[in-house]
Ligand binder design. Structure first.
Ligand SMILES: *Cc1c(COP(=O)(O)O)cnc(C)c1O
Length: 355
């Protein structure tokens, strides 16, 4: 986009809250840094972005986001290496994706230089909040909301693009057993499952609660027409290893194009692992589990990087996966983290230096 960001309003916090934070006991996404970025869209244009002390927003109750869910977001992380240098992982992908999400929800796209210049300035201001050490990171949450006060059911003419930052520790997804969806869906053909839209998440909570009551931690979503094909695992992309072949579904209008997913595919191919990107039938999983060729299932996403799945439930039956010493899940998690923390060569050019 052809805009040049000539200025950025910066108001620094009078004092830092960093000493009040127990960095050894962080609950994911509950503590935020000293600053945030807010940029308003009015009269057909994005105004000058402002970096300001982290604070509440004032919105009228009629702001459209509250009524029609016109809201999208992103999730990425900043990492500190052993020399104190800050890095992001493929942020160009997140930037591209938030605009893809905006377009699907009839929201205006955000200019690239506004995004990167304000994000860099924000991260530099709150750099102390990124703790060194493998597993520590700063979760970056950009989001866009329709702020126009009016309950008319049409796209708003005013928006806010906001970035907030939350310190995170190594996120251990825990022991995950999943229920394969037989009734509910998270996305439909022609819908907006591929967008990181707030409403996609709200719609998942209830079916996930039901699965939890049955002793599962997550739902593996299946296609809304037949429930015969797996799509995603909770809010992560899903991979399956049958024999030594790695499988994942193709991205389409129902599957989110995850940065971790595409990185795993590239790593696997680069290492000569056979990768098949094609629709995966639930019946294949059941069959492979029965003949002991189903070796792994795992989710991929920014928060946990790779989250191994230990078993799944389908049509009243429970299936357990073997515990491997040399899993693909463990291998890809280490390789991705080594790149993210600047501990290994970056042959794909995925690291982005913040400072
Ligand atoms: C964010 C998200 C993912 C993971 O994407 P990453 O870019 O790897 O973090 C997968 N599925 C859904 C539904 C998501 O919202």
């Amino acid at each position: 986009m052809e805009t040049t960001l000539s200025k950025l309003n910066i108001e620094k916090a009078k004092s830092s809250r960093i000493n009040q934070v127990d960095f050894d006991n962080l609950t994911f996404g509950s503590v935020f840094t000293d600053h945030m970025m807010v940029c308003d869209y009015r009269d057909g244009a994005w105004e000058t972005p402002s970096i300001m002390p982290y604070q509440g927003l004032t919105l009228e109750p009629s702001a459209r986001v509250f009524h029609y869910g016109q809201a999208v977001f992103e999730g990425m992380k900043a990492y500190k290496d052993d020399d104190g240098k800050l890095w992001l992982f493929r942020p160009d992908e997140n930037f591209r994706r938030i605009n893809t999400s905006c377009a699907r929800l009839a929201m205006p796209e955000f200019p690239e230089d506004y995004f990167f210049d304000s994000l860099r300035a924000l991260l530099q201001l709150d750099k102390e909040w990124v703790k060194p050490g493998y597993g520590n990171s700063l979760y970056v949450r950009p989001f866009v909301i329709a702020s126009q006060p009016s309950v008319m059911a049409s796209p708003a003419e005013e928006y806010k693009f906001i970035i907030i930052l939350s310190p995170a520790q190594s996120y251990y997804g825990g022991e995950v057993r999943v229920k394969i969806a037989e009734k509910y869906s998270r996305a439909a053909d022609g819908g907006f499952g591929y967008a990181k839209a707030a409403g996609n998440y709200a719609g998942q909570f209830y079916p996930t609660q039901l699965a939890m009551q049955e002793g599962y931690q997550q739902v593996v979503w299946t296609d809304s027409n037949t429930h015969e094909y797996i799509e995603e695992a909770g809010t992560m992309n899903v991979f399956v290893r049958i024999g030594d072949t790695l499988l994942t579904g193709p991205t389409n209008d129902k599957i989110l194009d995850g940065v971790t997913r595409k990185s795993v595919i590239e790593l696997a191919k680069d290492q000569g692992i056979s990768v098949e990107v094609r629709p995966i039938k639930v019946s294949e999983l059941v069959e492979a589990s029965k003949n002991n060729t189903l070796k792994e299932m795992f989710g991929s996403g920014t928060a946990a990087v790779i989250n191994p799945i230990l078993g799944f439930g389908y049509k009243g039956e429970r299936y357990e996966l073997p515990q491997l010493d040399n899993s693909y899940a463990g291998r890809f998690k280490k390789q991705l983290m080594d790149i993210q923390y600047n501990k290994s060569e970056d042959k794909f050019g995925w690291r982005y230096a913040v400072d």
